[in-house]
Ligand binder design. Structure first.
Ligand SMILES: Nc1ncnc2c1ncn2[C@@H]1O[C@H](COP(=O)(O)OP(=O)(O)O)[C@@H](O)[C@H]1O
Ligand SMILES: [Mg+2]
Length: 382
């Protein structure tokens, strides 16, 4: 096993072109499961392929197990990669597919047999060893692809969207199996996906990328709770975080900063959230400045029933038009429209009797508010 380190790694495909990967630095600790996540085209696969040695590094260096590998051939890096299209050899049986890399390395027959049987056992495909890939389901083929990586007993695994070809249900169960497998083998793993839920559930470290750059890296719940910028805040979490433009007020007599927004107002009263004293202190250099407020759908609740009909909102409440109710079982999503036309989604415990087209009053948990500088990548201010 080994640590993988990227030091300011850049990849430019065509001379003078934009960097597909732009000065990326990250460390995958020995034995950890690190997930690179970001929208399509953000440079995830390029990063992974440079670690594998399938792409040259334009600048910076890659260090595996304490050794610079920029000039080391892929086969000598002792790393196994699993791709989205499993690339199994169709004319070989599962047993032959699993053992192929070892055979190429002139591993003794008995050793190949032993490792193939152990991997097949681990992955629950022992009874499939004599089949050809064409006789397997998508999920089984995926296991064989993982098995091929396991038998090599490499220093590290690299996965590039290995679950994308599976249907939703199978993806969720296979995801749990991959995590269990890692807990057993503890092999250093770098895993790429565009799916934020997959990233959160699998990684002990999540690295969010956009535009070839690392936006934030850390344990998944830390990133979820304290996103460093608006992009990360909007990318992790379902439904996505709501964003509202507005301004921070100067503190009044209680040293309490307020957020006022024309976006959600009622009869010309700007809408007001209150941050409380401690958080106000951290916002004080931004008083009077335009900001973007972030509210997770889970941080919103329906105001108490007796408050629903009242005309003027209390602090931390606002009214909006309920456009659509999406029942999800225990919870439901309320898709609402503020007076200015902003969409706001609230995820609340399921209740009966809400009707689309009516006005409802929502309440925010002020301690769960996020504040960002303006712009798509505006930095978090709290
Ligand atoms: N072989 C290539 N030649 C030129 N440009 C490429 C090549 N592979 C990827 N790119 C470009 O590099 C950027 C990052 O691509 P990629 O690493 O595949 O992103 P992701 O895996 O996050 O979807 C994209 O703009 C893509 O078009
Ligand atoms: Mg990719």
């Amino acid at each position: 096993m080994a640590e993988i380190r990227l030091e300011s790694v850049t990849k430019v495909y065509s001379r003078g072109g934009d960097a597909a990967v732009d000065a990326v630095s990250l460390a995958v600790a020995d034995g950890s499961f690190t997930v690179l996540v970001g929208p399509s085209g953000c440079g995830k696969s390029t990063t992974l392929r440079m670690v594998a040695g399938l792409e040259d590094v334009t600048a910076g260096q890659i260090v595996i197990g304490g050794k610079r590998v920029n000039e080391v051939a892929p086969r000598d890096r002792d790393i196994a990669m699993v791709f989205q299209n499993y690339a199994l050899y169709p004319h070989m049986t599962v047993r032959e597919n699993l053992g192929f890399a070892l055979k190429m390395r002139k591993t003794p027959r008995e050793e190949i047999d032993r490792r193939v049987r152990a991997a097949a056992q681990t992955l629950g495909i022992a009874e499939l060893l004599d089949r050809k890939p064409g006789q397997l389901s998508g999920g089984q083929r995926q296991r064989v692809a993982v098995g091929r990586a396991i038998v090599r007993e490499p220093k590290a695994f690299l996965f590039d969207e290995p679950l994308s070809n599976l249907d939703a249900r199978l993806r969720v169960s296979t995801r749990a199996e991959l995590k269990a497998l890692h807990q057993r083998l503890r092999t250093t793993t770098l895993y790429v996906t565009h799916d934020q839920e997959e990233a959160m559930t699998l990684g002990d470290q999540v690295v969010v990328m956009c535009g070839g750059k690392v936006q934030q890296a850390g344990p998944p719940m830390e990133i979820y709770r304290r996103p460093a910028n608006r992009f990360v805040a909007g990318f992790l979490g379902t439904p996505p975080m709501n964003f509202l433009p507005g301004t921070l007020s100067k503190p009044g007599e209680f040293d309490n900063t307020h957020f006022a927004s024309e976006a959600i107002n009622l009869v010309n009263e700007p809408f007001v959230f209150s941050f409380g004293r401690e958080r106000s202190d951290r916002l004080k250099t931004h008083h009077g400045a335009p900001v973007v407020l972030g509210i997770r759908p889970q941080a919103l609740a329906l105001a108490a029933e007796q408050e629903q009909g009242r005309d003027f909102p209390d602090t931390n409440q606002f009214v909006c038009e309920l456009l659509v109710v999406e029942p999800l079982g225990d919870v439901m999503d309320l898709v609402c429209q503020a007076v200015s036309g902003e969409r706001i989604v609230a995820r609340v415990p399921a209740v009966d009797g809400l009707r689309a087209g009516t006005t409802i009053r929502l309440e925010v948990q002020p301690e769960r508010l996020h504040v960002f500088e303006p712009g798509d990548f505006g930095a978090a201010l709290l």
